[in-house]
Design a protein around this ligand. Sequence first.
Ligand SMILES: [Zn+2]
Ligand SMILES: [Zn+2]
Length: 253
Amino acid sequence: MKIIILGSGTSTGVPILGCDCPVCNSMEPEDKRSRPGIMIIKDNFNLLVDASQDLREQLLKNKIERIDGILITHAHADHIFGLDDTRMITKKYKKDMEIYTSVDVEKQIRRVYDYVFNDSQEGGGKPKFIFRDVEKVKNIGPFELKLFEYYHGKLKLKGYILDKLVIVMDGSYIDMNNYKLIKDNGEYIIINGLRTRPHPTHFSIPETLFFVKSLNYKKGFVIHLSDSLTHKDLLKIFPDNIIPTYDNLQVTI
Ligand SMILES: [Zn+2]
Ligand SMILES: [Zn+2]
């Protein structure tokens, strides 16, 4: 499968509005971190993981015009506020957009996107969503799907394993049972690592590195980055098989 990191940044994006730190002022393209998003491609099936506010620009930059399914991790703004942008894709391909998520996250999306589900005027068109409960599906297109659970602060989220790729988008705690599930079923991981200092709802970079090293995987990719270190500085502290991601990074695993 091919992985395209559409957005490597945390909810604020980097540069952060009003921040004058060296990372936010950096001119290096790897230090411009848009909100989180991943495109995973296998057998010509384009699976999007999370739809941030930056989705439209991310798709344009990567020349991706078709999405075959969307996997949503949770309903925070930086993971669902781009869903409206899918309406032009639905229109072009005349197929409703399949959104794979938990029943709980579906409820929250229905509330946020109230206009999509009520009988208000069409205007410039509305996105068309079909929800698929991740508890009830074993496959998304060509991908095999397995679930686990983790915490984002106090929120319990569903984690996803696509074939051998584990995705922890906004984690801060994983219990031993779920750790074992991940260790036994994965070979690669995309996981959040926010900043050098600890944070109440996200793993810090030292926590993430420690966690990924303990898995003994082939490769790890760290996403959902804030502005504490430049890409060059991240490279200095990361071991060879753990990659600090940046926008538009493409890898085949
Ligand atoms: Zn987030
Ligand atoms: Zn900054």
